[in-house]
Design a protein around this ligand. Structure first.
Ligand code: FES
Length: 138
């Protein structure tokens, strides 16, 4: 191998290591989740796809938002992806919190971080109820 080939291969190796190092650093703390913007949709409780929302503790993920029936006739909505690395959240009715199954982050009903590794709050959305219609807006 001549000097030119050595430098060329060293540059490629350095580039690969740098890219891998960047990805590794991101796994340890980057936020890769983006909350959906300009949200405006309506769910009808009479629609069978929304049946889970008829019961307290029921939830549904739709349009990047998790909608939860938090108590009788009351609903909350936050972004459905964890602010740590974007895993899909679930709702824990017993603890009244959002839970990330990937690394265990927890979030309050308001979307604020309760426990890490997530450091950023979830975006929460406005919910209005009109009869059987649940409207979620930014
Ligand atoms: S993706 Fe890591 S805690 Fe949610």
């Amino acid at each position: 191998m001549n000097r030119k080939d050595f430098l060329k291969k060293s540059f490629i190796g350095l580039t690969v290591l740098t890219a891998a190092g960047g990805a590794s650093a991101c796994l340890n703390g980057c936020s890769s989740s983006t909350a959906p913007a300009d949200i405006d949709f309506t769910l009808d409780l009479n629609d069978s796809a929304n049946a889970a929302l008829r019961s307290v503790g029921g939830s549904r993920n739709v349009n990047g938002v998790i909608v939860v029936c938090s108590s009788n006739g009351s609903y909350i909505a936050v972004q459905s992806n964890c602010t740590h690395e974007g895993a899909t959240l679930s709702w824990q009715q017993t603890n009244k919190r959002f839970y990330c199954p990937e690394h265990g982050a927890t979030f309050a009903q308001t979307g604020s971080v309760l426990g890490g590794p997530a450091k950023s709050n979830l975006v929460s959305y406005n919910v209005t109820v009109n009869g059987t219609l649940i409207r979620v807006t930014s």
